[in-house]
Write a protein that binds this ligand. Structure first.
Ligand code: FAD
Length: 397
């Protein structure tokens, strides 16, 4: 497949944002490796599952988001050899690069919990983490009048750490409005000792959960699903016990890791149990291979994996790539910024924004970030999607 000046692996939020920024800076010879013909705006999947947005508003044809002047190879990357500077593609071809941007996202490990792969999509089990299931979450929520609803969060790093609980609040608020919440036992299973990494937001979320009567199980995880029997096993790591609970609705979030071909490869960070790609936390440059930069969900960075983080990482990667291309050392720095739009009701949201030090970094400094707001919900539903399609993906924002 010839020699390529800049190869970008993955045409999701991260790959497209970086390619667009490089094109704006006048870089030529950019090749995008992306097997899918669909580009997804995943942050809306929570609202799809909550019955507040149609799935069709969450995707566009991949070809429509690839910047002009970028060559698209519709293949899957199978391996990278950073010594030889080659990428092996599905179909067997090999591509040689001068600079490489790694942005293939992460992998959903449905097999990581016994029984989950078999049950998801049937047996009253759904997940907003895949577009084929997200609409089904809403069908299950709508159809429920009584019984037990369980919402789980995996014990691995995941994309959008708030998403496993947001759907619990959307569901509980729906049931409250329908006056059936009292007849439904809602259980939220979380692996950490607190509801959120930043204590101030954690305290707000405790009140939100209490308001709906949600039973929060901290330091707990779902370790098995029996879809046929409609039962799950929950391990409680504080008590050292396991419990089997019958469910009528299960919203499961699968364990997540780097794609298998990356885990096993030379770019993986040896310190990352999930095999995420090594990258300097500030420059996003690979520590061993200076011509490789990584961002987005695949990068092993000590911050929460979100599209909002990608928005701040993309200019750093594009800027540092330009530095490296002209023989300078990387001069742009990422501070760990990430943001989690915590939807807490069908018309309310908390915008949690913070950096590597877990210090709040509000985009709207005049608004108290610990208050649930209707304006923030409107911003997520109607403001952020156009900013994504027209601002972030075109390299303007
Ligand atoms: P992706 O956008 O997932 O893109 C990866 C791309 O790589 C895909 O196009 C894929 O086809 C391609 N690819 C995969 N394998 C290969 C390969 N071998 N070769 C070539 N290409 C490959 N973020 C927020 O900021 N706010 C939110 O409210 C929010 N909510 C979320 C809710 C849910 C339910 C989910 C699932 C995610 C949410 N996110 C949210 C997270 C956000 O969507 C991701 O963090 C973001 O998409 C990461 O961008 P990325 O480019 O790294 O990965």
């Amino acid at each position: 497949a010839g020699r390529h000046r800049v190869a970008v692996v993955g045409g999701g939020s991260a790959g497209i944002s970086v390619a667009a920024r490089l094109r704006r800076a006048g870089v030529t010879g950019i090749t995008l490796i992306e097997p899918s013909d669909t580009h997804w705006y995943q942050p809306l999947w929570t609202l799809v599952g909550g019955g507040q947005a149609p799935l069709r508003t969450t995707h566009r044809p991949e070809g429509a988001v690839i910047p002009d002047g970028v060559r698209w190879i519709r293949r899957r990357a199978l391996a990278v050899d950073p010594e030889a500077r080659t990428v092996t593609l599905s179909g067997g071809a090999e591509l040689t690069y001068e600079h490489l941007v790694m942005a293939p996202g992460l992998q959903l490990d449905w097999d990581g919990v016994p029984g989950l792969a078999e049950a998801v999509g049937h047996d009253r089990v759904s997940s907003n983490y895949a577009p084929e299931y997200a609409p089904r979450t809403w069908d299950l929520i709508k159809g429920m009048r009584s019984g037990t609803a369980v919402f789980t969060h995996p014990a691995t790093p995941l994309k959008c750490g708030g998403a496993p609980q947001k759907i619990a609040y959307l569901a509980a608020d729906h049931w409250r409005r329908r006056k059936v919440l009292d007849a439904i036992r809602v259980i939220l299973v979380l692996p950490d000792p607190a509801m959120f990494k930043v204590p101030a937001w954690s305290q707000v979320l405790e009140k939100v959960a209490a308001r709906y009567g949600i039973e929060v199980r901290l330091r707990s995880e779902m370790t098995a699903v029996d879809g046929g029997a409609r039962e799950i096993t929950i391990a409680d790591h504080t008590k050292g016990t396991t419990e089997t609970i019958g469910y009528d609705l299960l919203h499961a979030v699968p364990p997540q890791s780097a794609p298998d071909w990356i885990k096993a490869g030379p770019l993986a960070d040896r310190e990352s149990p999930q095999g995420f790609v090594a990258a300097d936390r500030h420059t996003l440059q690979h520590p061993t291979y200076g011509d490789v930069l990584a961002l987005g969900d695949v990068a092993n960075l000590p911050t929460s994996k979100t599209g909002a983080a990608v928005r701040k990482q993309a200019p750093v990667v594009a800027g540092n790539l330009l530095d490296v291309m002209s023989g300078r050392s990387p001069s742009h720095r990422y501070d760990g910024y990430t943001s989690c739009p915590l939807v807490t009701a069908r018309d309310r949201m908390l915008l949690a924004e913070f950096d590597y030090d877990l210090d709040p970094t509000p985009s709207f400094p005049l608004l108290d970030p610990f208050k649930e707001r209707r304006t923030m919900w409107l911003f997520k539903r109607y403001g952020l999607p156009p900013l994504y399609w027209h601002g972030m993906l075109t390299g303007r924002l």
